[in-house]
Design a protein around this ligand. Structure first.
Ligand SMILES: [Zn+2]
Length: 270
């Protein structure tokens, strides 16, 4: 990924997506916004207890800087499950200026409607962006450990195929900053759940200790899902940046013990 600074803001981009002028995309950071601690400063979520006026100021500043109309921003009430929503024209702008208007109970969105900016919000969960330049279809997925175990990345690819007629070989994907295997310690029960879903392969679970705890590698677990769904490895860019180790740059739920803001990951067909 590469970092670009613009006025007060600092925004990250996937190099494989930047080659395409037909789309815009971003991973926001926490730098340059208006919110006070513990939401300092570019918190983009209306659902974490921050002052809504400040969140609106942050979103306005961020999307003005990107050159994307705030009215096109489409967000969801994320619930850590595996549902993928197809965003039609009528849903454009849902949740752009408040939480209650956001699309209900979904953790991934897919659309082919131009001028519809899909955004998910994060603090340690994995953001995954999708783009099929051949069929002009975009998508976002929010994959925390629960969503990863529900195979939300794979389910998103299935929607590209079944609803939009895409071939997985054409799809590009970006796996953004999230909690890394270094910091994602999970308990014995989650370890057995992971082994049940992904098999007891060491790639997804590492450093298992005597008490049954392990470290979940969300990047590998999601990469595997994408390649198993048929996306070529060369089409997938993985940031490998741990949000918990870089909590000065990205909001991290674990680092701040729950009291923090959310950064955004989004994509739009221009
Ligand atoms: Zn880490």
């Amino acid at each position: 990924m590469i970092e670009k600074k613009s006025d007060s803001l600092c925004i990250w981009f996937f190099e494989n997506f930047l080659k395409y002028e037909a789309i815009g995309h971003f991973i926001s950071t926490r730098i340059g916004g208006h919110s006070s601690p513990p939401y300092d400063s570019l918190n983009l979520s209306f659902n974490v207890g921050d002052d809504p006026e400040k969140v609106l100021k942050n979103r306005t500043l961020f999307f003005e800087t990107l050159g994307v109309p705030l009215s096109s921003l489409t967000t969801a009430k994320q619930i850590h499950e595996g549902h993928v929503k197809i965003v039609s024209e009528g849903l454009r702008g849902k949740g752009s200026t408040d939480y209650k208007g956001a699309i209900n109970a979904t953790d991934a969105m897919v659309t082919n409607v131009p001028g519809t900016c899909l955004m998910i919000l994060l603090a340690d969960c994995v953001p995954i962006l999708f783009y099929d330049p051949s069929k002009m279809v975009i998508g976002v997925a929010h994959a925390g450990w629960r969503g990863t175990l529900q195979r939300i990345a794979q389910k998103t690819v299935v929607v590209f195929q079944q609803h939009f007629g895409c071939s997985p070989q054409d799809i590009l994907a970006g796996i953004g900053p999230s909690i890394g295997p270094c910091c994602c310690e999970v308990g014995r029960e989650v370890v057995s759940h992971i082994e049940h879903v992904f098999g007891a392969e060491q790639e997804c679970i590492s450093r298992e200790s005597a008490d049954g705890k392990g470290h979940f590698d969300l990047w590998t677990a999601n990469l595997k899902q994408l390649t198993q769904a048929g996306i070529p490895k060369k089409n997938i860019e993985t940031s490998k940046t741990c949000t918990c180790d870089h909590s000065d740059l990205f909001f991290s739920y674990r680092h701040k013990r729950g009291q923090t803001g959310r950064f955004g990951a989004g994509i739009v067909i221009r």
